[in-house]
Design a protein around this ligand. Structure first.
Ligand code: MN
Length: 742
């Protein structure tokens, strides 16, 4: 290893230079006394991080300075946030305590930093530490949104500087980002940040696809620029004629959003038409904004024919995150659809900086959609029952959804996520109204609880005092609030019933001479594969468990080797991790370690040699190998990063792996025959199954084949594409598996 020479003098100068750049970025929001406060925070951060360096070798202080700079420049936050951003890692990583922070900077700052500090100490391997941390962060969010905003700035800087991290860390951090942080940025209206986070995640988790799309975009750049100029030229001219001051430009869509479209519609890059959107940013007087936007709309649609189904008016009813804009899709001169977004400078700043910009323009915030959303988060957090992972799932579900607007009988407006039912609406108004709901009147017509509401519906809830929440309600409610309330009410009921089962079991055990204690109850639950003692009691009370079976358990206790460990414990996980790490490298070599370490290829993504993969330690199946782009990977990596093992393929020609191909084409006579000939005769590949659907001349088939590695698969795909009539061949993406216990 070569020696690293560090020029401390030059570093000191660089630190000061970066600090001064930060001060310049803070200027717009700075007031008297703020500069001294920021300096005080900077000095404390500099001093306490002085012996630390980042993975890249740079002084650690570069990181908090950069985070503060993002907070100021890209989110538009003020001095308190800048102070917190500078100090955000101090309590977690250095000897400075929260008490000292409070003494020096006050309660508010200390509270925010506490929210930014991870939970430490011992934890149960059955729970997800990450999920608990997210929950802690969200608890503070309800108290002060700045916690999330600074956390987002922190995450963005870490994602921007992740090249020096080991591969498994890159995967874990990218997955967390796509799982939670990007949706959060979206929900808070930080669109620019959301896109960047998504693209950066994709760069690590889908490196090949990312590079492919980036290259494709670059190839046609000049041609696209030319088209955009010819498209916006006439718009600019007429806007000017009509006295509307504006800035008109074309904006490329993010790589991640293009990829999303390709996946969702199952189309190749060439068929994605909207690689960019046109933006018209108007400089309007406050009272002219809406009129100006519609004037511009009228100009655009006089020039180009609009698609009537694609008009979105978020100027009259802004999105819950504050987004305001007019979107339309028009037919361009070369016969291609072009999306045009129309908004004012104020609206644009909100679209870019989100929350903070919103506050700047809106003095009273009580009626804003974002405030309603934070109110919802607060209510959700009040429910102490829910397990952190469930909570996160419910919470996430509400992050990405589009909204519909529903009227109460008295004409008040409520916002609900798309797909919400009458029952969601009832719970939204009041949890008692939800619990007692038996039906609803939508636009004066009687409908069942599960009726899906449409934008603009007027809804009246019908209740009965005899009603109580039912299990199947969970199948059709979509809001986190309704889910949480129904679950907690069902749990309450279950606990009441389980109490009877517990008493029955106590008597039964006495007659069998088995001591009734926690340990034995735990053993019995495990033996009969109940996830918890509560479930066991409940099954006994409802007679879905036969007490005679207890004899079986009693017998098994006498032959201890047959006991199956069901609960994963720390030593078990650490044992597996150590087994992998005790070798020369800490990477699991698939193919070679077969004898020494127990692993399986997961069935949710069917990895084959050549795929980018990782190992995941499971409760019952040892180590499972997943593709990094497996539909389940994000969730596993984001929530259980500590159970991830690096894995790599050793070369092996003799083994075959199952994988799936989806083939589309024009249904011609003999097409199936041609395809199977290529597979079995030309390629000598074994086929496990083939299913074919033919509809109005369109052929769609799924074929499961055994291949050696990705190269082999690629060659086969190429050959199949050459078959006359075949239009596309893609690797099969299976659906996310439902995990019970992972
Ligand atoms: Mn940090």
């Amino acid at each position: 290893m070569s020696e690293l020479v560090i020029d401390l003098e030059a570093e000191k100068k660089e630190i000061l230079k970066r600090y001064r750049a930060l001060l310049r970025a803070c200027k717009p929001t700075m007031q008297k006394g703020d500069k001294a406060l920021i300096r005080q925070a900077f000095d404390l951060a500099l001093e306490s991080h002085k012996d630390m360096r980042r993975k890249s070798g740079e002084p650690y202080i570069y990181h908090p300075i950069a985070v503060a700079q993002i907070a100021a420049e890209e989110i538009g936050l003020g001095t308190t946030s800048i102070v917190c951003a500078l100090l955000h890692d101090v309590v977690e990583d250095t000897a400075v305590t929260l008490e000292e922070i409070e003494r020096e900077f006050g309660k508010k700052v200390a509270r925010i930093i506490d929210g930014l500090t991870k939970i430490s100490g011992v934890f149960d391997y059955n729970s997800s530490l990450q999920a608990e941390n997210f929950r802690k962060m969200l608890l503070t969010l309800a108290d002060d949104v700045r916690v999330i905003l600074i956390k987002l700035a922190d995450r963005l800087h870490n994602m921007r500087t992740m090249d020096h991290m080991p591969r498994d860390k890159q995967l874990k951090i990218s997955s967390e980002t796509i799982y939670l942080y990007a949706p959060l940025a979206h929900r808070l209206g930080l669109y620019a940040m959301k896109s960047e986070l998504e693209d950066l995640s994709m760069k690590y988790t889908e490196a090949e696809t990312y590079k492919f799309i980036a290259r494709k975009l670059n190839e046609k750049k000049a041609e696209r620029e030319l088209f955009i100029q010819s498209f916006i030229g006439p718009i600019r001219d007429i806007l000017l004629e009509q006295g509307l001051k504006s800035n008109v430009y074309g904006r490329p869509k993010s790589i991640h959003s293009i990829w999303n479209k390709m996946r969702k519609k199952g189309i190749p890059f060439e068929e994605v038409y909207d690689l960019f959107a046109i933006r018209i940013i108007l400089e309007s007087k406050p009272d002219q904004e809406k009129a100006d936007c519609w004037k511009a709309y009228s100009i655009v649609t006089d020039l180009y024919r609009p698609n009537p189904d694609r008009l979105r008016d978020w100027v009259s009813s802004p999105k819950a995150n504050g987004y305001e804009s007019l979107h339309t899709t028009v037919m361009g001169p070369k016969g291609q659809w072009v999306e045009v977004q129309i908004r004012t400078t104020r609206m644009n700043e909100i679209a870019e900086k989100g929350f903070a910009a919103h506050w700047k323009y809106k003095e009273s915030s009580s009626d804003s959609g974002l405030d309603q959303w934070i109110q919802k988060v607060r209510e959700l957090l009040k429910n102490p029952e829910s397990n952190a992972l469930d909570f996160l799932d419910d919470f996430k579900m509400n992050l990405f959804s589009d909204e519909i607007f529903i009227f109460t009988p008295k004409g008040a407006l409520m916002q609900l996520p798309l797909g919400a039912t009458a029952l969601d609406f009832a719970f939204e108004i009041h949890s008692d109204l939800g619990a007692k709901c038996i039906g609803a009147k939508v636009n004066h017509k009687l409908v069942p609880l599960s009726h899906q509401l449409q934008n603009g519906d007027q809804v009246e809830i019908i209740t009965s005092s005899k009603q109580s929440p039912k299990e199947d309600w969970l199948n059709f409610v979509v809001t986190a609030k309704a889910k949480a309330k129904i679950k907690s009410s069902l749990k309450e009921e279950k606990r009441r019933v389980a109490e009877e089962g517990k008493e029955i079991l106590e008597r039964k055990l006495k007659s069998l001479k088995i001591t009734y204690n926690t340990e034995n109850i735990h053993k019995i639950s495990n033996y009969f594969k109940f996830p918890s003692a509560l479930e066991l009691f409940y099954a006994i009370a409802t007679e879905s468990f036969d007490l005679k079976l207890l004899k079986e358990f009693q017998a098994s206790e006498k032959t201890p080797e047959h006991k199956t460990p069901d609960r994963i414990d720390a030593s078990q996980i650490e044992g597996l991790i150590n087994k992998v790490k005790s070798k020369d490298s800490d990477t699991l070599l698939i193919g070679e370690d077969l004898q020494k370490i127990d692993y399986k290829l997961s069935t949710c993504c069917n990895p084959i040699p050549g795929d980018d993969v990782f190992g995941f330690i499971t409760v019952n199946d040892g180590i499972k190998i997943h593709r990094t782009n497996c539909p389940n990977a994000t969730k596993l990596l984001a929530n259980y990063g500590y159970r991830v093992v690096k894995a790599k393929w050793t070369s092996q020609k003799e083994l075959a792996f199952l994988t799936g191909l989806r083939i589309r084409g024009i249904d011609e006579v003999g097409l199936i025959n041609k395809i199977t000939t290529v597979i079995s005769n030309d390629f000598k590949v074994n086929m496990r199954s083939i299913t074919v659907d033919s509809n109005e001349g369109i052929f769609e088939g799924t074929i499961m084949v055994f291949v050696n590695d990705t190269m082999h698969l690629e060659n086969l795909t190429k050959k199949l594409k050459q078959v006359k009539g075949v239009t596309s061949v893609t690797r099969f993406e299976s659906q996310p598996e439902r995990h019970g216990r992972i």
